[in-house]
Design a protein around this ligand. Structure first.
Ligand SMILES: [Zn+2]
Length: 216
């Protein structure tokens, strides 16, 4: 039975690496995939992983009908044995419905990869729709770690290293961003709730207020 599978996780947890691995394994068996992505760090029409691998993909714009795209692709003699949708949190809910229809009406497996929640720990609309529709949800347990060493389960948006909780849901940035720019950092829930990033924790540790009191 074809399936809609949602591979979810935080930023930096290896989602795109797994997407590329699935693509590699299937193309090595002679299968052809259609890869959708949106706002990949490598630029338009690319699916890349932090480990340096990259492949061509179809850039999904607002309003593109993914089901219609596949019907058109197949009717023009294109091959599609399966579909990969990376950065699926950026897709509109109706585009997730279209992916479910690809599974049901075209009989293709669809593997969607995305971040579940945004920097305020709220579900992205596309991810919410995936949770509602997916046949199966796989939570990726690749070791993304908070600065404290605990497993990172939440995404923080940072400006100059400090966590912010206001702003648009989608601002494309990356982990390891230069100071002063919008960046992202993965944190454990405890430190997401306390808004303690690596930079603010370091600053607090260096502050005289919290140094052990010396009696001399
Ligand atoms: Zn932590």
């Amino acid at each position: 039975m074809p399936e809609l599978v949602f591979f979810s996780g935080t930023m930096d947890c290896g989602k795109s690496t797994l997407a590329l691995q699935i693509e590699h394994n299937r193309s090595a068996r002679g299968l052809a995939g259609v890869i959708f992505t949106r706002d990949d760090r490598a630029g338009e029409g690319k699916l890349s992983s932090r480990l340096g691998l990259v492949t061509d993909a179809v850039e999904v714009e607002d309003g593109r009908d993914l089901y219609a795209y596949l019907v058109e692709h197949l009717s023009q003699g294109g091959r599609a044995d399966y579909v990969i949708a990376d950065e699926a949190q950026f897709l509109a809910p109706e585009q997730i419905d279209q992916l479910a229809r690809v599974v049901d009406d075209l009989g293709l497996d669809v593997y969607a990869f995305g971040i579940t929640t945004d920097f305020r720990s709220k579900l992205f609309p596309g991810s919410q729709r995936l949770v509602e529709l997916a046949d199966r949800i796989e939570v990726l347990q690749v070791e993304a770690l908070c600065w404290c060493g605990a497993r990172a389960t939440h995404n923080a948006r940072t400006v100059g290293g400090a966590m912010v909780v206001e702003g648009a849901q989608v601002v494309v940035g990356d982990v390891n961003q230069a100071a002063g720019e919008i960046g992202y950092e993965v944190l454990c829930r405890r430190h997401h709730r306390r808004r303690m990033t690596a930079a603010t924790a370091r600053a607090a540790a260096l502050s005289p207020d919290v140094l052990p009191v010396s009696s001399v």
